[in-house]
Design a protein around this ligand. Sequence first.
Ligand SMILES: [Zn+2]
Ligand SMILES: [Zn+2]
Length: 248
Amino acid sequence: MPREVGHMGALQNLIEAIYPPHCLACAEPVGSDGALCPACWREAQFLGGTLCDTCGAPLPGEPDGGPLSCDECLATPRPWSVGRAALAYTGTGRRLALSLKTADRTDLPGAAALWMARAGRGLLAGDPLVAPVPLHWIRLFRRRYNQSALLSAALARAEGLEHCPDLLTRRRATPSQDGRARDARFANVDGAITVGPRRRARVSGRAVLLIDDVMTSGATLAAAAEACRAAGASDVRVLALARVLKND
Ligand SMILES: [Zn+2]
Ligand SMILES: [Zn+2]
């Protein structure tokens, strides 16, 4: 074994002795980085089976080959072609999304990106340009980073796709979506997101994969997707870490 590798291994052991790996969603020690403890695995609702084409929400029954849509997407046609989320925003999915916002978990985006890539396998075809839903710079300044951009960077790196973290910008600061009713959420962000003039050439004629941490009403993703379409994107797909499901 080359000496440097031996040293690196010793360093790794030392780091693990000082900072033993913890579950991604709680403080429980686990065997390796990027893992969930058994309790958090049990409370993780990964979304699979029969799913809504545009938001990835689970649907009852078996697919019949035709288009599949949940009630929410039927009521609100989405300006993107296909959407998926890795987890339901409940239990572990909710804790992961919250810890991505508040905590300094550097191992979380990489693990989350792997789950997102698995959930959104079909969305990665055709070399899409990967871009996060933007935060307004005022909120970015307060929070220091955009959690969706952490996910989009990790996903693009893992899948060898081109990443454009500043593809979309907020034209104006929008008040928080928290606590707003569905229609108010759409009105709040309508026209608030745009593709900057210097980024238009990268989108024109190309598929775009939009990344968000949590899909709730889909209003912010819709504003982002409309901006990509206005800039000439050939297709827009959306992929979130967690989807808020009705009845949760
Ligand atoms: Zn845990
Ligand atoms: Zn849906």
